[in-house]
Design a protein around this ligand. Structure first.
Ligand SMILES: Cc1ncc(C[n+]2csc(CCOP(=O)(O)OP(=O)(O)O)c2C)c(N)n1
Ligand SMILES: [Mg+2]
Length: 326
């Protein structure tokens, strides 16, 4: 997980650690957005959705595997990815996790159990039952759970129902996590769904489902902990719909001209970082000086990540086809 060996405070307090990880994700994403506005390769950020990644992934252990999507950075950082190697990858540099060959959209990190990133919308859903079947057939660690993250747009594809059906039929240890962030690229979700309660669609296949406030990291982690424990106990799939909001554009730069600003304002008032920060303050867990120290450490790590990434070499052209053919 994140290297916080010099921060005993965070180690003592898992919820402070969660807030710290959300701050790290936010700062990483905002730095990348800035770099993209200045010509760096494009990526989709998950600003506003940090509580989903941190809430779910904080309940996993090293037996578990993750399948992510085009908003992959939050999932990777919550899993403990090094921001330096992640940023190097996104900038296409040799020191990145995949040697600069994948960018943010196709990254996989074996040592973190991040099996793949699918930028094909719904692609992760099509592969997740296979990964979970391999797990069930003994190819992973005993008791491991597979988690697939996908969006509300992916949920509108027929593949969701094929995956749900197979997961139930084959009794797969698979947690479906739908991050319903209200947007499907430049289309609002209510324009594409006759029934906007995605969690109910999974009920039809016989899964236990929950719809959770995805901006409340405590609520997300409680639901995920319960779901993961249930999957470990009976080997059957579960489904979570996390209601959240994509604060930035689909890609950078994006002037958000198509966005309903009143709706956006309502969601910004429920920013997941602010919610958690104020709750921990009210509980007396977080003091102002702790927050300042956390913010300073986050800023230093993001500056270091940018320096590392920008000074990393470009990949050797001779290795262009490495890992392309088996
Ligand atoms: C099969 C496919 N169709 C279209 C696209 C273009 N596309 C990329 S992201 C996206 C929207 C996906 O919406 P959602 O699943 O809600 O994820 P979010 O972007 O909100 O995280 C679309 C249409 C794609 N990558 N793959
Ligand atoms: Mg969406």
């Amino acid at each position: 997980m994140n290297t916080l060996s010099n921060s005993p405070l965070l180690e003592r307090q898992p919820r402070l650690h969660g807030l710290y990880t959300m701050m790290l994700i936010r700062a990483y994403e905002e730095r990348l957005a800035l770099l993209q506005q200045n010509g760096a390769p494009g990526t989709c950020t998950s600003v506003g959705q940090e509580a989903c990644a941190v809430g779910v992934i904080s309940t996993l252990d090293w037996r578990d595997r993750i399948i992510t999507n085009h908003r992959s950075a939050a999932h990777l950082l919550a899993r403990g990815a090094d921001p330096q190697r992640l940023m190097a990858e996104v900038l296409g540099r040799a020191d990145g996790y995949c040697g600069g060959h994948s960018g943010s959209l196709h990254i996989s990190v074996r040592e973190l159990g991040v099996v793949l990133t699918s930028t094909i919308v719904g692609g992760g859903l099509s592969l997740a039952p296979g990964v979970a079947l391999a797990q069930r057939m003994g190819q992973g660690e005993e008791g491991g759970v597979v988690v697939v993250f996908f969006g509300d747009g992916a949920a509108c594809e027929g593949i969701l129902h094929e995956s749900l059906n197979l997961a139930v039929q084959w009794q797969l240890p698979l947690l479906f996590v739908c991050e319903n962030n209200q947007w499907q690229a430049y289309v609002h979700r209510l324009e594409t769904m006759a029934d906007d309660a995605i969690y109910r669609w999974a009920c039809g296949h016989g899964l236990e489902t929950q719809r959770i406030d995805g901006n409340d990291v405590d609520a997300v982690s409680a639901a995920a902990r319960q779901s993961v424990a249930a999957i470990r106990a009976d080997g059957r799939p579960r489904f979570l719909e996390l209601l959240t909001y994509r604060q930035r554009g689909h890609l950078e730069p994006d002037d958000l001209a198509y966005v309903d600003h009143a709706e956006r304002e309502r969601w910004l008032k429920r920013d997941p970082l602010v919610l958690m920060r104020e709750r921990l303050r009210a509980e007396g867990v977080l003091q102002d000086n702790d927050l300042a120290a956390m913010q300073q450490q986050v800023s230093q790590r993001i500056d270091a990540a940018q320096n590392f990434a920008e000074s990393s070499a470009w990949p050797d052209p001779q290795q262009l086809l490495q890992h392309v053919y088996a």
